[in-house]
Design a protein around this ligand. Structure first.
Ligand code: ZN
Length: 142
């Protein structure tokens, strides 16, 4: 401790070609951490859209398939007319899926590395894709 506090900010852009999808963004966040030069502190990573999530879990395709099925049971895409939000749009389900999967994650930085638990990886969760969307990475520390 006793060093000068540093601050780093970057926007990561994603364009998922399908309506829904999960992207492991851990490599991009690690690159941000290297660029920041910060060794001790915290990284905040959040979706900058209300129909997308950032969350931490396992990079395992069976689990991602299970999320898709589970989310579709909780907030099915159709019939589109079941949602009051869908006047002039069709993404009410995407807002709800985002709410369940979360807006952001915070990860501790220790000795210049993301201080993850076992199997933890950071994901971008897209629920209304086929357009360019952003994730904010903010790193604070020294
Ligand atoms: Zn909407």
């Amino acid at each position: 401790m006793g060093g000068k506090m540093k601050s780093y900010r970057k926007e990561l852009w994603f364009e998922v070609p399908s309506r829904r999808g999960f992207v492991n963004i851990t490599p991009q966040v690690k690159k941000c951490l290297r660029e920041s030069g910060i060794k001790e502190g915290f990284v905040l990573c959040n979706a900058m859209h209300i129909t997308a999530s950032v969350f931490i879990n396992d990079d395992e395709s069976g689990l991602h398939y299970d999320y898709e099925v589970w989310l579709e049971k909780l907030a099915p895409y159709g019939p589109v007319s079941q949602y009051k939000h869908n006047v002039g749009e069709d993404n009410a389900d995407a807002h709800m899926k985002r709410q369940i999967m979360g807006r952001e994650v915070v990860v501790a930085i220790t000795d210049g590395k993301l201080d993850f638990g076992t199997w933890e990886q950071i994901f971008y969760g897209e629920f209304d894709g086929r357009r360019r969307k952003r994730v904010l990475v903010k790193i604070i520390g020294e």
